[in-house]
Design a protein around this ligand. Structure first.
Ligand code: ADP
Ligand code: MG
Length: 260
């Protein structure tokens, strides 16, 4: 992969004044974020603070109430009448392929084997021939350490294995950005490590990632930038050392004290 030096490029992902309300409830109240290629952002914050909503907006599963999102310098959607952005469905299909997402609950298809789960979007979204999709899916499963589980159904896999299938599925689409929404939160403690190891491997490959997590020790080593979300805003942003070891804000300190 040939890449320009970082400083010659603008942000891969840029978010300006992103707002999201559900009825009268304003969950995101003006988020600004620029993510350079190869950056890894850890997002922390209390339950209900809007972490999932933010990732879902970045993956266009939710339409922001206001604000702008640009991918690789290109603004997405067009302005609607009320200050919102209108996303034409045709444009979203293309964009969703560029932004991969891994969910807390894995979201695998229960009636499909591991390899079929990874193949599915390659065939239906990318239009890959089945043989080619299968080969790619098998390669991705091998990379997450599941080379011997191609034909297993999700119900026969542990939570950690299911999550690794979900990561393989996201990787098969060649995303430019990977979003992880608490990928280890529903795992038994002894299975957390195998998933974090895979994520660490992706970091070593230089992938651009946003990770919502309560694993603060992992976030410290993983992230190039940490943001603490509170009251719908980025209450504190900085290096892992700044935010996790030397927080300036009172609320960040309280949160960290509760989660350490
Ligand atoms: P977090 O991931 O930080 O726990 P969420 O983004 O899931 O928080 O939710 C933030 C707030 O938005 C919560 O109060 C939640 O109830 C609300 N919310 C999330 N999704 C919806 C929805 N589809 N409809 C209404 N309210 C929602
Ligand atoms: Mg959440």
């Amino acid at each position: 992969m040939t890449k320009l030096p970082l400083q010659a490029q603008g942000p891969l992902l840029e978010v300006q004044n992103l707002r999201k309300s559900f009825g009268p409830h304003e969950v995101l109240r003006g988020i600004d974020l620029a993510v350079m290629s190869g950056e890894r952002v850890a997002i922390i914050g209390g339950s209900g603070s809007g972490k999932s909503t933010l990732l879902r907006c970045l993956n266009f599963m939710e339409v922001p109430t206001q604000g702008r999102i640009a991918l690789d310098g290109r603004l997405l959607g067009r302005p609607g009448r009320d200050g919102s952005t209108v996303y034409p469905e045709g444009e979203l299909c293309g964009v969703r392929r560029r932004v991969g997402m891994v969910f807390q609950q894995f979201n695998l298809f229960p009636h499909m084997t591991a390899v079929e789960n990874v193949m599915e979007a390659l065939v239906t979204v990318k239009g890959a021939p089945r043989r080619q999709a299968r080969a790619r899916a098998e390669a991705e499963l091998g990379k997450v350490g599941l080379g011997d589980k191609h034909d297993a159904y999700p119900s026969r896999l542990s939570g950690g294995q299911q999550q690794r299938v979900a990561i393989a599925r996201a990787l098969a689409m060649d995303p430019e950005i990977l979003l992880f929404d608490e990928p280890t939160s529903s795992l038994d403690p002894e299975l957390v490590g195998e998933v974090l190891r895979v994520i660490r491997g992706l970091a070593e490959e230089g992938r651009t990632m946003l990770l919502v997590t309560h694993e603060l020790g992992f976030a410290y080593h993983f992230a190039t930038k940490v943001v603490f979300l509170a009251d719908g805003r980025f209450y504190e942003v900085g290096t892992p050392d700044e935010v996790l070891k030397h927080p300036r804000g009172e609320r960040t300190r309280t949160f960290l004290a509760r989660h350490s």
